[in-house]
Design a protein around this ligand. Sequence first.
Ligand code: SF4
Length: 555
Amino acid sequence: MEGKILIVGFGPGSFEHITVRAREAIQESEVIIGYNTYVDLIRDLLTHQEIVRTGMTEEVSRAQKAVDLAVHGQVVAVISSGDAGVYGMAGLVYEVLIERGWHPGELPIVEVIPGISAINSCAALLGAPIMHDACTISLSDHLTPWSIIEKRIEAAASADFVIALYNPKSGRRTRQIVETQRILLKYRNPKTPVGLVKSAYRDRQQVIRTTLDDMLNHEIGMLTTVIIGNSSTFYHDHLMITPRGYQRKYTLDTAEQRLRPGERLKPENEPWSLNAAQESLLRSRIEPQSLQNQSIISESEHRTPRDWAAAALQTLHQGEASSLNAAGSTGFATKMPVPRASIFEVAVSPGIANKKFSSSQLVLIADLVGEQGEIEYTTAHQLILRTVTEDAESLVQSLRAAGLMVLPVGEVIKIKACDFCDGEKHEGIPYAEEISRRLAGLPVEKELRIGFNGCAMSCYGAVSEDIGLVFRKGKFDLFLGGKTTGRNAAPGQRVAEGIPAEEMPDLLERIVSAYRENAFPDERFHKFFARVGEIEGFMHRDRPQTVVADAVCGS
Ligand code: SF4
Protein backbone atom coordinates (compact mmCIF):
# COMPACT_ATOMS: atom_id res chain seq x y z
CA MET A 1 0.00 0.00 0.00
CA GLU A 2 1.27 3.46 -0.93
CA GLY A 3 0.61 5.88 1.87
CA LYS A 4 -0.48 9.36 0.88
CA ILE A 5 -0.95 12.67 2.63
CA LEU A 6 -3.37 15.05 0.96
CA ILE A 7 -3.08 18.50 2.52
CA VAL A 8 -6.35 20.12 1.60
CA GLY A 9 -7.26 23.78 1.72
CA PHE A 10 -11.04 23.86 1.54
CA GLY A 11 -11.46 27.63 1.21
CA PRO A 12 -13.62 29.93 3.29
CA GLY A 13 -16.16 27.32 4.32
CA SER A 14 -19.00 27.28 1.81
CA PHE A 15 -19.31 24.27 -0.49
CA GLU A 16 -19.44 26.50 -3.59
CA HIS A 17 -15.93 27.67 -2.87
CA ILE A 18 -14.30 24.26 -2.38
CA THR A 19 -12.31 23.26 -5.46
CA VAL A 20 -13.10 20.10 -7.38
CA ARG A 21 -9.70 18.65 -6.53
CA ALA A 22 -10.25 19.33 -2.82
CA ARG A 23 -13.59 17.46 -2.94
CA GLU A 24 -11.97 14.57 -4.80
CA ALA A 25 -9.14 14.43 -2.27
CA ILE A 26 -11.60 14.28 0.63
CA GLN A 27 -13.48 11.46 -1.13
CA GLU A 28 -10.27 9.60 -1.89
CA SER A 29 -9.12 9.67 1.73
CA GLU A 30 -9.54 6.97 4.31
CA VAL A 31 -8.84 9.26 7.22
CA ILE A 32 -9.64 12.94 7.71
CA ILE A 33 -7.52 14.82 10.23
CA GLY A 34 -8.50 18.31 11.25
CA TYR A 35 -9.33 20.93 13.81
CA ASN A 36 -12.82 20.42 15.29
CA THR A 37 -14.42 23.45 13.60
CA TYR A 38 -12.96 22.53 10.19
CA VAL A 39 -14.24 18.97 10.39
CA ASP A 40 -17.72 20.35 11.14
CA LEU A 41 -17.53 22.68 8.15
CA ILE A 42 -16.96 19.81 5.68
CA ARG A 43 -19.01 17.18 7.51
CA ASP A 44 -21.57 16.98 4.69
CA LEU A 45 -18.82 15.89 2.29
CA LEU A 46 -17.76 12.96 4.47
CA THR A 47 -19.03 9.50 3.62
CA HIS A 48 -16.87 6.61 4.76
CA GLN A 49 -13.80 8.36 6.21
CA GLU A 50 -12.48 7.82 9.68
CA ILE A 51 -12.25 11.19 11.46
CA VAL A 52 -9.43 12.33 13.71
CA ARG A 53 -10.34 15.68 15.18
CA THR A 54 -8.40 17.74 17.72
CA GLY A 55 -8.59 21.16 19.28
CA MET A 56 -6.63 24.33 18.83
CA THR A 57 -2.88 24.22 19.52
CA GLU A 58 -2.89 20.51 18.53
CA GLU A 59 -1.44 21.15 15.06
CA VAL A 60 1.79 19.24 15.71
CA SER A 61 -0.03 16.14 16.91
CA ARG A 62 -2.30 16.31 13.86
CA ALA A 63 0.70 16.48 11.54
CA GLN A 64 2.46 13.62 13.36
CA LYS A 65 -0.69 11.48 13.26
CA ALA A 66 -1.05 12.09 9.53
CA VAL A 67 2.55 11.06 8.91
CA ASP A 68 2.20 7.97 11.12
CA LEU A 69 -0.90 6.79 9.28
CA ALA A 70 0.50 7.52 5.83
CA VAL A 71 3.74 5.71 6.62
CA HIS A 72 1.57 2.67 7.32
CA GLY A 73 -0.03 2.95 3.90
CA GLN A 74 -3.16 4.93 4.57
CA VAL A 75 -4.50 7.82 2.49
CA VAL A 76 -4.91 10.72 4.87
CA ALA A 77 -6.41 14.15 4.27
CA VAL A 78 -5.16 16.91 6.54
CA ILE A 79 -7.63 19.73 6.22
CA SER A 80 -7.19 23.47 6.67
CA SER A 81 -9.65 26.24 6.00
CA GLY A 82 -8.56 28.78 3.41
CA ASP A 83 -5.33 27.66 1.79
CA ALA A 84 -3.32 24.94 3.53
CA GLY A 85 -0.12 26.72 2.56
CA VAL A 86 -1.12 30.08 4.11
CA TYR A 87 -0.84 29.77 7.90
CA GLY A 88 -2.25 26.25 7.34
CA MET A 89 -0.96 22.69 7.81
CA ALA A 90 1.17 22.25 4.67
CA GLY A 91 4.44 23.60 6.06
CA LEU A 92 4.12 21.76 9.36
CA VAL A 93 3.43 18.38 7.69
CA TYR A 94 6.53 18.83 5.54
CA GLU A 95 8.58 19.77 8.61
CA VAL A 96 7.47 16.63 10.48
CA LEU A 97 8.30 14.50 7.44
CA ILE A 98 11.74 16.10 7.08
CA GLU A 99 12.43 15.40 10.77
CA ARG A 100 11.92 11.74 9.89
CA GLY A 101 14.37 11.86 7.01
CA TRP A 102 11.78 12.02 4.22
CA HIS A 103 12.65 13.38 0.73
CA PRO A 104 10.36 14.30 -2.17
CA GLY A 105 9.71 11.26 -4.38
CA GLU A 106 9.75 8.90 -1.40
CA LEU A 107 6.73 7.45 0.35
CA PRO A 108 4.43 8.70 1.61
CA ILE A 109 3.28 10.71 -1.39
CA VAL A 110 2.39 14.27 -0.47
CA GLU A 111 0.04 16.54 -2.37
CA VAL A 112 -0.88 20.06 -1.35
CA ILE A 113 -4.27 21.10 -2.70
CA PRO A 114 -4.71 24.85 -2.80
CA GLY A 115 -7.79 26.66 -1.53
CA ILE A 116 -9.09 30.21 -1.42
CA SER A 117 -7.32 32.04 1.38
CA ALA A 118 -9.07 34.63 3.58
CA ILE A 119 -7.29 37.52 1.86
CA ASN A 120 -9.02 36.54 -1.39
CA SER A 121 -12.44 35.62 -0.06
CA CYS A 122 -12.67 38.69 2.19
CA ALA A 123 -11.43 40.97 -0.60
CA ALA A 124 -14.15 39.66 -2.91
CA LEU A 125 -16.81 40.53 -0.34
CA LEU A 126 -15.41 44.03 0.12
CA GLY A 127 -14.98 44.90 -3.57
CA ALA A 128 -11.46 44.88 -5.01
CA PRO A 129 -9.09 46.10 -2.27
CA ILE A 130 -6.06 43.93 -3.13
CA MET A 131 -5.70 45.07 -6.73
CA HIS A 132 -2.22 46.29 -5.92
CA ASP A 133 0.75 44.92 -3.96
CA ALA A 134 -0.57 43.33 -0.81
CA CYS A 135 0.74 41.25 2.06
CA THR A 136 -0.62 39.13 4.87
CA ILE A 137 0.50 39.54 8.46
CA SER A 138 -0.66 37.31 11.27
CA LEU A 139 -0.94 39.16 14.58
CA SER A 140 -0.69 35.91 16.49
CA ASP A 141 2.43 36.03 18.63
CA HIS A 142 2.03 32.49 19.96
CA LEU A 143 4.72 31.22 17.59
CA THR A 144 6.31 34.45 16.30
CA PRO A 145 7.97 37.05 18.56
CA TRP A 146 5.96 40.27 18.68
CA SER A 147 9.13 42.26 17.92
CA ILE A 148 9.25 40.58 14.47
CA ILE A 149 5.56 41.09 13.81
CA GLU A 150 5.94 44.74 14.77
CA LYS A 151 8.80 45.17 12.28
CA ARG A 152 6.75 43.59 9.52
CA ILE A 153 3.79 45.87 10.20
CA GLU A 154 6.07 48.88 10.17
CA ALA A 155 7.71 47.79 6.90
CA ALA A 156 4.41 47.01 5.17
CA ALA A 157 2.89 50.26 6.38
CA SER A 158 5.81 52.38 5.23
CA ALA A 159 5.95 50.60 1.85
CA ASP A 160 2.25 51.28 1.24
CA PHE A 161 1.20 47.63 0.95
CA VAL A 162 -2.44 46.74 1.23
CA ILE A 163 -2.35 44.61 4.39
CA ALA A 164 -4.51 41.65 5.34
CA LEU A 165 -4.29 40.98 9.06
CA TYR A 166 -4.95 37.38 10.03
CA ASN A 167 -5.62 36.36 13.65
CA PRO A 168 -6.10 40.00 14.64
CA LYS A 169 -7.53 39.38 18.09
CA SER A 170 -8.61 36.65 20.49
CA GLY A 171 -9.73 36.41 24.11
CA ARG A 172 -6.18 36.73 25.39
CA ARG A 173 -4.58 38.71 22.57
CA THR A 174 -6.30 42.08 22.62
CA ARG A 175 -3.42 44.58 22.55
CA GLN A 176 -1.88 43.46 19.25
CA ILE A 177 -4.55 45.05 17.06
CA VAL A 178 -4.38 48.29 19.08
CA GLU A 179 -0.62 48.40 18.65
CA THR A 180 -1.00 47.62 14.94
CA GLN A 181 -3.39 50.54 14.47
CA ARG A 182 -0.93 52.83 16.25
CA ILE A 183 1.89 51.83 13.89
CA LEU A 184 -0.26 52.13 10.78
CA LEU A 185 -1.44 55.61 11.74
CA LYS A 186 2.18 56.77 11.61
CA TYR A 187 2.17 56.14 7.87
CA ARG A 188 -1.43 56.18 6.68
CA ASN A 189 -4.24 58.66 6.55
CA PRO A 190 -6.66 58.04 9.45
CA LYS A 191 -9.45 57.84 6.87
CA THR A 192 -7.78 54.94 5.00
CA PRO A 193 -10.52 52.42 4.16
CA VAL A 194 -10.50 49.28 6.31
CA GLY A 195 -12.67 46.21 5.78
CA LEU A 196 -13.53 43.83 8.63
CA VAL A 197 -14.82 40.51 7.40
CA LYS A 198 -15.94 37.85 9.83
CA SER A 199 -16.73 34.27 8.76
CA ALA A 200 -16.59 35.00 5.04
CA TYR A 201 -19.03 32.81 3.08
CA ARG A 202 -20.18 31.08 6.25
CA ASP A 203 -23.55 31.29 8.00
CA ARG A 204 -22.64 34.16 10.30
CA GLN A 205 -20.81 36.22 7.73
CA GLN A 206 -20.37 39.88 8.71
CA VAL A 207 -18.81 42.60 6.56
CA ILE A 208 -18.00 45.99 8.06
CA ARG A 209 -16.54 48.88 6.10
CA THR A 210 -14.75 51.38 8.27
CA THR A 211 -11.61 53.48 8.40
CA LEU A 212 -8.24 53.14 10.08
CA ASP A 213 -9.07 55.57 12.88
CA ASP A 214 -12.47 53.96 13.51
CA MET A 215 -11.75 50.25 13.11
CA LEU A 216 -11.35 49.49 16.81
CA ASN A 217 -14.86 50.70 17.47
CA HIS A 218 -16.16 47.57 15.75
CA GLU A 219 -16.16 43.93 16.73
CA ILE A 220 -12.90 42.20 15.78
CA GLY A 221 -12.32 38.61 16.84
CA MET A 222 -10.72 35.28 16.04
CA LEU A 223 -12.75 34.84 12.89
CA THR A 224 -12.18 38.35 11.54
CA THR A 225 -9.81 39.22 8.73
CA VAL A 226 -8.86 42.90 8.62
CA ILE A 227 -8.01 44.38 5.24
CA ILE A 228 -6.29 47.75 5.37
CA GLY A 229 -6.17 49.79 2.18
CA ASN A 230 -3.11 51.56 0.82
CA SER A 231 -2.82 55.28 0.15
CA SER A 232 -4.92 54.98 -3.03
CA THR A 233 -7.71 52.76 -1.73
CA PHE A 234 -11.13 54.39 -1.78
CA TYR A 235 -14.78 53.63 -1.15
CA HIS A 236 -17.31 53.84 -3.92
CA ASP A 237 -20.63 53.44 -2.12
CA HIS A 238 -20.09 50.16 -0.26
CA LEU A 239 -17.20 48.97 -2.46
CA MET A 240 -13.60 49.16 -1.25
CA ILE A 241 -11.33 49.53 -4.26
CA THR A 242 -7.58 49.88 -4.69
CA PRO A 243 -6.64 51.21 -8.14
CA ARG A 244 -3.97 49.29 -10.02
CA GLY A 245 -2.62 52.47 -11.63
CA TYR A 246 -4.36 52.44 -15.02
CA GLN A 247 -5.12 56.12 -14.48
CA ARG A 248 -1.44 56.85 -15.03
CA LYS A 249 -1.70 55.90 -18.68
CA TYR A 250 -5.31 55.50 -19.68
CA THR A 251 -8.43 57.60 -19.78
CA LEU A 252 -11.12 55.51 -18.18
CA ASP A 253 -14.15 57.55 -19.17
CA THR A 254 -13.58 57.75 -22.92
CA ALA A 255 -12.82 55.19 -25.62
CA GLU A 256 -10.18 57.49 -27.05
CA GLN A 257 -6.79 56.95 -25.38
CA ARG A 258 -3.92 59.41 -25.20
CA LEU A 259 -1.41 56.67 -26.06
CA ARG A 260 -1.86 54.30 -28.99
CA PRO A 261 -1.30 50.56 -28.25
CA GLY A 262 2.19 50.63 -29.78
CA GLU A 263 3.23 53.54 -27.59
CA ARG A 264 2.06 52.19 -24.27
CA LEU A 265 5.13 50.16 -23.38
CA LYS A 266 7.71 52.70 -24.50
CA PRO A 267 10.00 53.76 -21.64
CA GLU A 268 9.34 57.46 -22.29
CA ASN A 269 5.67 56.85 -21.59
CA GLU A 270 6.52 55.04 -18.36
CA PRO A 271 9.01 57.47 -16.77
CA TRP A 272 8.54 55.66 -13.47
CA SER A 273 9.78 52.32 -14.87
CA LEU A 274 13.17 50.69 -14.37
CA ASN A 275 13.72 50.60 -18.15
CA ALA A 276 13.15 54.35 -18.40
CA ALA A 277 15.65 54.94 -15.59
CA GLN A 278 18.25 52.73 -17.28
CA GLU A 279 17.76 54.45 -20.64
CA SER A 280 18.17 57.78 -18.98
CA LEU A 281 21.38 56.64 -17.30
CA LEU A 282 22.68 55.23 -20.58
CA ARG A 283 21.97 58.50 -22.39
CA SER A 284 23.86 60.42 -19.78
CA ARG A 285 26.87 58.13 -20.32
CA ILE A 286 26.76 58.42 -24.10
CA GLU A 287 26.18 62.18 -24.23
CA PRO A 288 27.90 63.61 -21.15
CA GLN A 289 28.63 66.87 -22.98
CA SER A 290 24.91 67.54 -23.40
CA LEU A 291 24.65 68.08 -19.69
CA GLN A 292 26.40 70.50 -17.45
CA ASN A 293 26.63 67.97 -14.69
CA GLN A 294 26.08 64.21 -14.71
CA SER A 295 24.56 64.32 -11.26
CA ILE A 296 21.51 66.00 -12.76
CA ILE A 297 20.52 62.84 -14.59
CA SER A 298 21.36 60.41 -11.85
CA GLU A 299 19.30 62.45 -9.46
CA SER A 300 16.38 62.66 -11.85
CA GLU A 301 16.16 58.93 -12.48
CA HIS A 302 13.42 58.25 -10.02
CA ARG A 303 11.70 61.61 -9.99
CA THR A 304 8.28 62.39 -11.35
CA PRO A 305 7.26 65.93 -12.39
CA ARG A 306 5.50 66.15 -9.02
CA ASP A 307 8.75 65.29 -7.24
CA TRP A 308 10.57 67.99 -9.20
CA ALA A 309 7.89 70.49 -8.25
CA ALA A 310 8.23 69.53 -4.58
CA ALA A 311 12.01 69.87 -4.78
CA ALA A 312 11.72 73.29 -6.41
CA LEU A 313 9.24 74.40 -3.75
CA GLN A 314 11.67 73.25 -1.08
CA THR A 315 14.44 75.26 -2.71
CA LEU A 316 12.20 78.32 -2.76
CA HIS A 317 11.38 77.84 0.91
CA GLN A 318 15.04 77.35 1.74
CA GLY A 319 15.69 80.64 0.01
CA GLU A 320 13.03 82.29 2.15
CA ALA A 321 14.47 80.77 5.31
CA SER A 322 18.01 81.82 4.56
CA SER A 323 17.02 85.38 3.64
CA LEU A 324 14.97 85.57 6.84
CA ASN A 325 17.92 84.32 8.85
CA ALA A 326 20.26 86.78 7.21
CA ALA A 327 18.00 89.64 8.22
CA GLY A 328 16.79 88.12 11.47
CA SER A 329 17.79 88.87 15.00
CA THR A 330 19.22 85.49 15.96
CA GLY A 331 22.59 86.16 14.43
CA PHE A 332 23.03 82.48 13.53
CA ALA A 333 24.12 81.81 10.00
CA THR A 334 21.95 79.45 7.95
CA LYS A 335 23.74 76.30 6.85
CA MET A 336 23.62 76.50 3.08
CA PRO A 337 23.53 73.37 0.96
CA VAL A 338 26.70 72.51 -0.93
CA PRO A 339 26.51 74.29 -4.33
CA ARG A 340 26.03 71.95 -7.27
CA ALA A 341 25.29 72.75 -10.90
CA SER A 342 21.82 71.73 -12.00
CA ILE A 343 19.15 72.79 -14.46
CA PHE A 344 16.90 75.01 -12.45
CA GLU A 345 13.39 75.77 -13.61
CA VAL A 346 11.04 78.30 -12.04
CA ALA A 347 7.98 80.31 -12.98
CA VAL A 348 8.16 84.08 -12.64
CA SER A 349 5.51 86.78 -12.83
CA PRO A 350 5.22 90.42 -11.77
CA GLY A 351 2.48 89.50 -9.28
CA ILE A 352 -0.94 87.97 -8.97
CA ALA A 353 -2.81 91.07 -10.22
CA ASN A 354 0.01 93.02 -11.81
CA LYS A 355 0.67 91.82 -15.35
CA LYS A 356 3.45 94.26 -16.25
CA PHE A 357 7.16 93.48 -16.11
CA SER A 358 9.40 96.49 -15.76
CA SER A 359 12.33 96.79 -18.14
CA SER A 360 14.80 96.35 -15.24
CA GLN A 361 13.05 93.13 -14.25
CA LEU A 362 13.33 91.84 -17.82
CA VAL A 363 17.01 92.77 -17.95
CA LEU A 364 17.61 90.95 -14.66
CA ILE A 365 15.79 87.86 -15.95
CA ALA A 366 17.83 87.89 -19.14
CA ASP A 367 21.06 88.23 -17.13
CA LEU A 368 20.18 85.41 -14.76
CA VAL A 369 19.12 83.04 -17.50
CA GLY A 370 22.16 83.82 -19.61
CA GLU A 371 22.92 82.59 -23.10
CA GLN A 372 22.58 78.92 -22.19
CA GLY A 373 19.20 79.19 -20.52
CA GLU A 374 15.79 79.80 -21.95
CA ILE A 375 12.66 81.82 -21.20
CA GLU A 376 9.24 80.56 -22.16
CA TYR A 377 6.05 82.57 -21.83
CA THR A 378 2.96 80.59 -20.94
CA THR A 379 -0.80 80.86 -20.86
CA ALA A 380 -0.66 80.90 -17.06
CA HIS A 381 0.63 84.52 -17.11
CA GLN A 382 4.07 83.36 -16.08
CA LEU A 383 7.49 83.22 -17.65
CA ILE A 384 9.27 79.92 -17.17
CA LEU A 385 13.00 80.36 -16.69
CA ARG A 386 15.35 77.45 -17.29
CA THR A 387 18.99 77.81 -16.58
CA VAL A 388 22.01 75.94 -15.30
CA THR A 389 23.03 77.22 -11.91
CA GLU A 390 25.10 76.18 -8.94
CA ASP A 391 23.18 78.47 -6.64
CA ALA A 392 19.45 78.27 -7.16
CA GLU A 393 18.77 80.04 -3.89
CA SER A 394 20.66 83.19 -4.89
CA LEU A 395 18.90 83.20 -8.23
CA VAL A 396 15.52 83.07 -6.49
CA GLN A 397 16.53 85.77 -4.04
CA SER A 398 17.61 88.07 -6.87
CA LEU A 399 14.28 87.61 -8.62
CA ARG A 400 12.35 88.25 -5.43
CA ALA A 401 14.46 91.27 -4.58
CA ALA A 402 13.39 92.71 -7.94
CA GLY A 403 9.74 92.40 -6.86
CA LEU A 404 8.97 89.28 -8.88
CA MET A 405 6.79 86.40 -7.77
CA VAL A 406 8.72 83.11 -8.05
CA LEU A 407 7.00 79.73 -8.06
CA PRO A 408 7.82 76.11 -8.87
CA VAL A 409 6.67 74.61 -12.16
CA GLY A 410 5.26 71.21 -13.14
CA GLU A 411 2.46 69.45 -11.32
CA VAL A 412 1.64 72.33 -8.99
CA ILE A 413 -1.20 74.68 -8.18
CA LYS A 414 -1.25 77.64 -10.57
CA ILE A 415 -3.27 80.70 -9.81
CA LYS A 416 -4.21 82.93 -12.71
CA ALA A 417 -6.02 86.14 -11.93
CA CYS A 418 -7.28 88.93 -14.15
CA ASP A 419 -5.56 92.31 -13.99
CA PHE A 420 -8.53 93.79 -12.11
CA CYS A 421 -9.01 96.34 -14.91
CA ASP A 422 -5.42 97.43 -14.53
CA GLY A 423 -5.92 97.69 -10.78
CA GLU A 424 -9.01 99.90 -11.04
CA LYS A 425 -11.38 97.26 -9.65
CA HIS A 426 -9.05 96.52 -6.78
CA GLU A 427 -11.44 95.13 -4.11
CA GLY A 428 -10.73 91.50 -4.98
CA ILE A 429 -6.95 91.85 -5.14
CA PRO A 430 -6.24 91.18 -1.42
CA TYR A 431 -8.19 87.92 -1.66
CA ALA A 432 -6.36 86.87 -4.81
CA GLU A 433 -3.07 87.63 -3.06
CA GLU A 434 -4.06 85.73 0.07
CA ILE A 435 -5.14 82.67 -1.95
CA SER A 436 -1.95 82.84 -3.98
CA ARG A 437 0.16 83.13 -0.83
CA ARG A 438 -1.46 80.03 0.65
CA LEU A 439 -1.74 77.78 -2.37
CA ALA A 440 0.31 78.82 -5.39
CA GLY A 441 3.07 76.35 -6.20
CA LEU A 442 1.97 73.53 -3.90
CA PRO A 443 2.65 70.13 -5.49
CA VAL A 444 -0.40 68.20 -6.66
CA GLU A 445 -1.03 64.99 -8.60
CA LYS A 446 -1.86 66.91 -11.75
CA GLU A 447 -1.52 70.61 -12.49
CA LEU A 448 -4.42 72.39 -10.75
CA ARG A 449 -5.42 75.75 -12.19
CA ILE A 450 -7.35 78.21 -10.10
CA GLY A 451 -8.81 81.11 -12.06
CA PHE A 452 -9.74 84.40 -10.39
CA ASN A 453 -11.93 87.08 -11.93
CA GLY A 454 -12.20 90.48 -10.26
CA CYS A 455 -15.82 91.04 -11.28
CA ALA A 456 -18.84 89.42 -12.89
CA MET A 457 -17.57 90.32 -16.38
CA SER A 458 -15.33 87.27 -16.01
CA CYS A 459 -13.32 88.44 -18.97
CA TYR A 460 -10.31 86.27 -17.97
CA GLY A 461 -12.25 83.02 -18.32
CA ALA A 462 -11.71 81.85 -14.74
CA VAL A 463 -14.84 79.71 -14.87
CA SER A 464 -13.18 77.33 -17.34
CA GLU A 465 -10.32 76.48 -15.00
CA ASP A 466 -10.25 73.53 -12.58
CA ILE A 467 -11.50 75.88 -9.91
CA GLY A 468 -13.00 79.23 -10.86
CA LEU A 469 -13.62 82.20 -8.56
CA VAL A 470 -15.64 85.22 -9.53
CA PHE A 471 -15.53 88.14 -7.10
CA ARG A 472 -18.78 90.11 -7.00
CA LYS A 473 -19.43 92.94 -4.56
CA GLY A 474 -17.57 91.41 -1.62
CA LYS A 475 -18.70 87.86 -2.32
CA PHE A 476 -17.60 84.97 -4.45
CA ASP A 477 -19.23 82.67 -6.97
CA LEU A 478 -17.46 79.31 -6.98
CA PHE A 479 -17.05 77.02 -9.99
CA LEU A 480 -15.60 73.52 -9.68
CA GLY A 481 -14.42 71.02 -12.29
CA GLY A 482 -13.89 73.12 -15.41
CA LYS A 483 -11.96 71.64 -18.32
CA THR A 484 -10.15 74.24 -20.38
CA THR A 485 -8.91 72.10 -23.22
CA GLY A 486 -9.81 69.00 -25.21
CA ARG A 487 -12.81 67.83 -27.19
CA ASN A 488 -15.03 67.85 -24.12
CA ALA A 489 -13.86 71.21 -22.79
CA ALA A 490 -16.50 72.77 -20.55
CA PRO A 491 -16.81 75.41 -17.87
CA GLY A 492 -16.85 74.39 -14.26
CA GLN A 493 -20.06 73.68 -12.42
CA ARG A 494 -21.31 76.74 -10.51
CA VAL A 495 -21.58 75.15 -7.07
CA ALA A 496 -22.16 78.28 -4.98
CA GLU A 497 -22.96 81.97 -5.26
CA GLY A 498 -22.42 84.72 -2.74
CA ILE A 499 -19.80 83.09 -0.51
CA PRO A 500 -18.57 85.82 1.89
CA ALA A 501 -15.14 86.89 0.64
CA GLU A 502 -13.40 86.42 3.98
CA GLU A 503 -14.48 82.74 4.02
CA MET A 504 -13.09 81.99 0.58
CA PRO A 505 -9.37 81.41 1.34
CA ASP A 506 -10.15 78.84 4.07
CA LEU A 507 -12.79 77.12 1.97
CA LEU A 508 -10.50 76.95 -1.02
CA GLU A 509 -7.73 75.55 1.11
CA ARG A 510 -10.02 72.75 2.28
CA ILE A 511 -11.13 71.95 -1.29
CA VAL A 512 -7.52 71.82 -2.45
CA SER A 513 -6.53 69.65 0.53
CA ALA A 514 -9.24 67.15 -0.36
CA TYR A 515 -7.79 66.91 -3.85
CA ARG A 516 -4.16 66.76 -2.71
CA GLU A 517 -4.87 64.03 -0.18
CA ASN A 518 -7.22 61.84 -2.15
CA ALA A 519 -6.55 62.21 -5.88
CA PHE A 520 -5.28 59.19 -7.78
CA PRO A 521 -1.93 59.43 -9.52
CA ASP A 522 -2.32 61.75 -12.51
CA GLU A 523 -5.99 62.40 -11.80
CA ARG A 524 -7.13 65.84 -12.92
CA PHE A 525 -9.35 67.86 -10.64
CA HIS A 526 -12.50 67.57 -12.77
CA LYS A 527 -12.17 63.76 -12.81
CA PHE A 528 -11.54 63.72 -9.09
CA PHE A 529 -14.68 65.82 -8.46
CA ALA A 530 -16.73 63.49 -10.66
CA ARG A 531 -15.35 60.41 -8.90
CA VAL A 532 -15.77 61.50 -5.29
CA GLY A 533 -19.13 63.18 -6.05
CA GLU A 534 -18.84 65.72 -3.26
CA ILE A 535 -16.22 68.14 -1.97
CA GLU A 536 -16.82 70.30 1.09
CA GLY A 537 -20.57 69.77 0.69
CA PHE A 538 -20.61 70.75 -2.99
CA MET A 539 -22.20 67.96 -5.00
CA HIS A 540 -21.02 67.00 -8.45
CA ARG A 541 -23.62 66.97 -11.21
CA ASP A 542 -23.13 65.10 -14.46
CA ARG A 543 -22.98 67.28 -17.52
CA PRO A 544 -25.86 67.07 -20.02
CA GLN A 545 -25.28 64.44 -22.69
CA THR A 546 -23.92 65.78 -25.97
CA VAL A 547 -26.38 65.54 -28.85
CA VAL A 548 -24.71 63.83 -31.80
CA ALA A 549 -25.79 65.32 -35.11
CA ASP A 550 -24.58 64.74 -38.66
CA ALA A 551 -22.16 67.46 -39.53
CA VAL A 552 -23.34 69.55 -42.46
CA CYS A 553 -19.80 69.79 -43.68
CA GLY A 554 -16.37 68.79 -42.51
CA SER A 555 -15.85 65.92 -40.13
S1 SF4 B 1 -12.80 90.23 -14.75
FE1 SF4 B 1 -13.67 92.15 -14.20
S2 SF4 B 1 -12.13 93.10 -12.90
FE2 SF4 B 1 -11.14 91.46 -13.97
S3 SF4 B 1 -10.22 92.46 -15.74
FE3 SF4 B 1 -12.22 91.61 -16.36
S4 SF4 B 1 -13.61 93.34 -16.12
FE4 SF4 B 1 -11.76 93.81 -14.95
